[in-house]
Design a binder for this molecule. Sequence first.
Ligand SMILES: *Cc1c(COP(=O)(O)O)cnc(C)c1O
Length: 377
Amino acid sequence: MKFGTKLIHNGNEVDPFTGALSIPIYQASTFHQPNIENIGKYDYARSGNPTREALENTIAQLENGVRGFAFSSGMAAISSVLSLFSAGDHIVICEDVYGGTFRIATKVLNRFGIEFTFIDASEISEIESAIKSNTKGLYLETPSNPLLKITDLREAIKIAKRNDVIVIVDNSFLSPYFQKPLDLGADIVVHSATKFIAGHSDVIGGLAVVKSEELARDLYTIQNSFGAVLGPQDCWLTLRGLKTLKVRMDVYEQTAQKLANWLLTNECVEEVYYPGLKEHPGHDIHFEQASGGGAVLSFTLKTIDQTIRFLQKVENVAVAVSLGGVETIVSYPVKMSHAAIPKDVRERLGVKDTLIRVSVGLEDVEDLIASFQKALI
Ligand SMILES: *Cc1c(COP(=O)(O)O)cnc(C)c1O
């Protein structure tokens, strides 16, 4: 079955109890047990809820894993997955990781004795040389944020397997429609479902999918212990958003490609970062492991004045944090996602004061380009 069909018909689209074509929101915290000798499948909703189960089974199928888990945010998913590790373990992690992941690693998990080494994962040799005798995890994001750097997942996973290291990939930027890390050999995929999966800027949620029964058992224990589960209403919204993932991603990609090509021709623009551009340094590797360039692109302007003017003038888009909605979202990393990073570190990472990130939406590309044209002066 191809992906679009699987989105709609994956065995979780019909309520098994009533036949309803929309899985009901089982707004219940506990479940009556008629037979006390034999407690039913559901007992308490932190441990299991039918609406959440439908979402968890769906994402497991879409990522080709053995089990899925839904959490109250992307960060709850990531924090829960990182709780699989123990004091004394070492994790190699990409330096341009999502800011919240950087924070949990350096402000929380380090206090529990988990050690992190940050590397430029687009340089495969940096991964190899960071591995130590106690390295247990490799944590990757590709394309990365906000410069869309590409990590060669197959090569990175090869190194990890040789060293018995668990590979975790944050797949939020592409979704399983464009990239399936488990098929490439990764062990765990995590998502901010807030972004493309739910897709409508109306829910905060997180998902994780694991490749083995052993990881499934361990992560279930953590999910049930930590308790950062996604509520049934938000599970329903996420399931509903997910059904249109393919059509949204297809339109986003076409628009992003056209917008990136157009930006290259604009005289205010200095540089454009989009994996779909032939000029992008990771282009070839990206298309060996993913089937589309995605919806997110970044660009730099020649001056800060132009940058501020663009953000104030650009119309029919949202200027906001986040990505993956039906509306085009323009963000300014130095004042938003990367504001907490000191300027010198930011500059070393290439996050300039003139950098703008765009998550393209479903507007007509001609209108989007016209709006950008007017604001780029
Ligand atoms: C937004 C985001 C997260 C965090 O997800 P929340 O749902 O906001 O907790 C993690 N990783 C990436 C790549 C993201 O874009």
